[in-house]
Design a protein around this ligand. Structure first.
Ligand SMILES: Nc1nc2c(ncn2[C@@H]2O[C@H](COP(=O)(O)OP(=O)(O)OP(=O)(O)O)[C@@H](O)[C@H]2O)c(=O)[nH]1
Ligand SMILES: [Mg+2]
Length: 244
């Protein structure tokens, strides 16, 4: 069994409530239905936490996902929603002491969420995906104990496009940045054009304009599309481009 499933199974054993952390910019893509099924089978309570809400229009988002329940909206960087989340956890535990597992795709913001809850840098974070390696237990207060976990994909999922877009695969490690970047541009065209102040409409023209803007040039002086694509993915993954 791959080690990440061992971790997930361990957390399912120890925690009464499981928080599934989901990226507000990629709700569908960062929901892990396989883990959700395991949570249900283990008869654990699931609590959906939508994070990175500082990067989206929250009112629009709330309308889009009225189907997730119970759900809490968070921004770890701006420490928004943390009090509501603690309240929700205690509501689910009926005020009793509780252990809460924090699971989700790589790089969605699990460790940052834990730090926002404790108010300390207790869980180590990084913009690099796959940063958290083992389980780490972190106490929030007398009642709530959290378990940080390494990010997991559904076991059969090999979707490089999606993983590159969501940051589950780090921008520095994406094999075909141009393809992933073009896909992201198709999905977020207006946001990206606005961010870089580009008026072009075609994906390849937009990448070219980014290359010129940031002086990503080949030896001959032409635009380095590969480098521009990687830069766009870096900006997207690290939250430089915001739709809030
Ligand atoms: N804008 C914004 N960025 C965030 C937020 N939460 C996390 N991030 C960023 O997302 C990246 C990943 O955060 P982590 O907390 O390390 O994510 P993780 O899910 O623990 O990642 P792994 O351990 O690698 O699976 C970091 O660059 C964080 O700064 C948030 O609420 N808003
Ligand atoms: Mg982590």
């Amino acid at each position: 069994m791959p080690s990440f499933w061992r971790h997930v199974n361990q957390v399912l054993k120890e925690a009464e409530i499981i928080i599934e952390v989901i990226d507000a910019r990629h709700i569908k893509e960062t929901r892990n239905l396989e883990i959700e099924e395991k949570i249900t089978k283990a008869k654990r309570r699931i609590l959906y936490v939508i994070t990175k809400c500082d990067l989206v229009n929250i009112d629009k988002l709330k309308k889009e996902i009225s189907n997730l329940n119970p759900v809490v909206f968070i921004s770890s960087t701006e420490k928004l929603g943390t009090t509501i989340l603690k309240k929700k956890i205690l509501e689910l535990s009926k005020g009793e002491k509780v252990t809460v597992g924090v699971v989700g795709y790589p790089n969605v913001g699990k460790s940052s969420l834990i730090n926002a809850l404790t108010g300390r840098g207790s869980a180590r974070t990084s913009s690099e995906s796959g940063y958290t390696k083992g389980l780490q237990k972190i106490r929030v207060d007398g009642k709530i104990l959290l378990i940080d976990t390494p990010g997991v994909f559904p076991s059969m999922e090999k979707d490089n496009l999606k993983h590159g877009k969501t940051g589950a695969i780090d921008y520095s490690k994406i094999k075909d940045p141009e393809l992933v970047a073009l896909n992201l541009i198709e999905e977020q065209k207006e946001l990206i054009k606005k961010h870089y102040k580009i008026s072009k409409d075609e994906g390849d023209e937009i990448l070219e304009a980014i290359a010129l803007k940031f002086k990503k040039l080949q030896k001959g002086g032409g635009p380095d599309i590969d480098a521009a694509a990687r830069l766009l993915l870096k900006h997207w993954q690290t939250g430089v481009i915001t739709g809030a």
